[in-house]
Structure formats: C-alpha cells, structure tokens
Design a protein around this ligand. Structure first.
Ligand code: HEC
Length: 148
C-alpha cells in the first residue's frame, strides 16, 4: 500500500511561460490555466491528444507502456524497472512532471509547452485522487509526495 501525502504547499513561484507554441499544443491560443481545476480540464484534453494513444484513455497502460493511473496498482512507482528508460526516482509530482517534460512522448520530449506538461500532471494527479488547492508546477509539485 502506497501512501500519498499531500502537504499544504508553501507560497512558491509560479512558472511564467508565455509564447512559443509546441506542435502538440491544445486548441490554438488556449490560455494558460491559472488554477488546479483549470489545469485538470486542459490537461485532460492534452492527455487525450498526446498521451492516451499509448498510456490508455484511463491511464491504464498496456503490456508495453506503464500505467499512469492507479497508485494502488503500482502506477508511478518510485523506480522504474531496470530495463526502463527512466532512471530517475519519482519521489514527488515534481519529479514526474520534470521527467515527462523531458522524455514524453518518447523521442519527443519538450514537444509541448512546459505549462502543458504540468496541466497533464494535474489531470493525472486528479485521476489518482489527488487534488491540490493551487496549480501544480515544478515548485509546488515538490510538496506532492508520492513515495517517502
Ligand atoms: C508512443 C507511446 C507513448 C506516448 C505517446 C507517451 N508515452 Fe509515456 N511512456 C511510454 C513508454 C514506452 C514508457 C516507458 C519508458 C521507460 O522505459 O522508462 C513511458 C513512460 C512514461 C512515464 C513514466 C512512467 C513510469 O512508471 O516510469 C510517464 C510519467 C509518462 N510516460 C508520461 C507521458 C505523458 C505525459 C505523455 C503525453 C505527453 C506520454 N507519456 C506519451 C510511451 C508513450
């Protein structure tokens, strides 16, 4: 049984990323979300367009692609299998977002805007039963502990 502790986030810097559209961008001109709830809504769409094809509509994964939803079923483990490309540990949501932004989709890391990756992380957290009272980003994500 894994423990998720969502610790109240301290006032932190929000990432300010404007301009520059990535190829997988949401609706053209879609505004950057300002709340966690908005991130979830935008993230759901972005996830469907950029990630669901491999990770499954419900984040259930497949024989070859890891699940992203279902922490009780082993989603987002601290460490990936020895054979996996991921070598970093997922201690917090910040680790997940930073790794995904660099490496996902495979060989197309960085193809979405930074804030779009965080919106997808918000959607994934929500799907895993985690709700935050502020936006998730590289700073606030450190307080979302997935594994001690
Ligand atoms: C072409 C298929 C494909 C697409 C599209 C894809 N992924 Fe992945 N994803 C994978 C595979 C394969 C792995 C396992 C990589 C490894 O060996 O560590 C993975 C791993 C991950 C992991 C780490 C899971 C773990 O348990 O180690 C995360 C997080 C993730 N993907 C997020 C995303 C997000 C977010 C998107 C959309 C922006 C995305 N992926 C799009 C195939 C895909």
């Amino acid at each position: 049984m894994k423990t998720i502790a969502v610790i109240a986030v301290m006032g932190g810097a929000l990432l300010a990323c404007g301009g520059g559209g990535g190829p997988g961008a949401a609706a053209p001109g879609a505004p950057e979300p300002t709340t966690f709830a908005e991130q979830v809504a935008v993230g759901q769409k972005l996830y469907g367009e950029n990630c669901a094809g491999c990770h499954g509509d419900g984040g259930e994964g497949s024989a070859k692609v890891p699940r992203l939803v279902g922490l009780d079923k082993g989603a987002l483990p601290l460490d990936a299998a020895a054979s996996a490309a991921r070598k970093v540990s997922f201690k917090t949501a910040a680790d997940v977002g930073a790794w995904a932004a660099k490496n996902m989709p495979p060989n197309q890391g960085g193809s979405l805007k930074e804030w779009e990756y965080w919106a997808i992380v918000a959607f994934d957290l929500k799907a895993n039963g985690v709700t935050l009272d502020k936006k998730v980003d590289a700073a606030s994500g450190k307080d979302v502990v997935l594994h001690k």
